[in-house]
Design a protein around this ligand. Sequence first.
Ligand code: PGA
Length: 266
Amino acid sequence: MAERKRLIAGNWKMYKTREEAKAFVEGLTEQLATANINLKEQNSVKAVICAPFTALAGLADMLEVQHVAVGAQNMHEAEVGAYTGEVSAAMLQDVGCQYVILGHSERRAYFAETDAGVAKKTIVAIHKGLIPIVCVGETLTEREANQTQTVISSQMEAVLDELVKQSDQIAVKEGQFVIAYEPVWAIGTGKSSSADDAQAVIGFIRSLIAKRLGEATAQAVGILYGGSVKPDNIKTYLSMQDIDGALVGGASLQPDSYTALLVNSF
Ligand code: PGA
């Protein structure tokens, strides 16, 4: 198995004004010092916070000091244009983003994002040098109907088809393409997937990537688990062979719990 760096990505969703984001960074700075953690001096865990658009600019500068990267939670695939309310990859980079979450289940459910749309955005992000964190996952109804693999396959194949088409231009390098497996029923519910179930699906996702893009690429892709990850359960996920980190909502909002997630990831 390739040695992939762990990624602990916070997803703040629609929480935190700039003032609240600043308070988070101050708290995090204190907590990291207390825990004696210098993220610059270690090579095993990468910390990322995906914040609302309005908080991004200031946050990237403040978090850079702590060696925490910043990401957005969505973007538009066009370079520029008459797309009222939308934000492009270049705009995200302009405010210091290195990452962008794409196809989160909340965007699929409430903003009609489709597999094909998410695939397009993924390609643009990679072309532009942003690291996409592409979310996939089944609903409870789908899981209970034994549809998990079917749903994950179609979400993944949409993205993999585009990557195969672009394979002369895009080489997926280690750490440059991230998938987050987030069972919809586990998001914000406190009902996390068992680590074994998460490993089974994530191993399946890696096998899909291997089939289309080859084993070496599959081993270079980071695959995260997300859905009610907390400081007290993160270790069980990270102990699994194919789970390379976590995408965390609720537990990333407070400096103490986010620091605890990092501490438990080393
Ligand atoms: P949660 O959210 O950690 O609050 O369950 C995860 C996510 O939506 O990415």
